[in-house]
Design a protein around this ligand. Structure first.
Ligand SMILES: Nc1ncnc2c1ncn2[C@@H]1O[C@H](COP(=O)(O)OP(=O)(O)OP(=O)(O)O)[C@@H](O)[C@H]1O
Length: 116
């Protein structure tokens, strides 16, 4: 299971190095806390976990691509800019989808809680 060690090291390194990953960590903890407080159902947890994992996967690939881009093109380059901007766009797309999923599931319960 040596691959597992490297994979976990990669995730820990990402959290240490990337501001976005720190934000994802806090968001993940908040979402899990809110989920338990609001009593998400099994199928709701499946959607929420898919959305959260999707953001992490996108961020990991984005950061990997940033490192490779810096390795290949440490100097300013139009293609390097496009590569990084596209990868950042992928994270943004996943994050927007994750927020939509969270709002669809959590908002009705939050509103219900406020009315009761
Ligand atoms: N070598 C380069 N050539 C041209 N533009 C670049 C280059 N490196 C970075 N950029 C531009 O600067 C932006 C930020 O790049 P940077 O590597 O600093 O990512 P970052 O700020 O760490 O991104 P994130 O916040 O997503 O981790 C890129 O999206 C790109 O537009």
């Amino acid at each position: 299971m040596f691959g597992l060690k490297h994979a976990i090291n990669g995730i820990i390194d990402l959290i240490k190095q990337e501001r976005n990953a720190k934000f994802h960590t806090v968001s993940t903890v908040v979402v899990i806390y809110v989920g338990f407080r609001l009593g998400f159902t099994g199928s709701e947890w499946i959607w929420i976990s898919l959305a959260v994992a999707g953001v992490w996967v996108a961020e990991l690939f984005n950061s990997a691509l940033e490192r490779i881009t810096d390795l290949v093109s440490p100097e300013q380059n139009e293609l390097a800019k496009k590569a990084k901007d596209y990868a950042a766009g992928a994270v943004l797309m996943m994050a927007i989808w994750a927020i939509i999923v969270f709002l669809i599931i959590a908002l009705p319960r939050l509103l219900l809680n406020l009315m009761l």
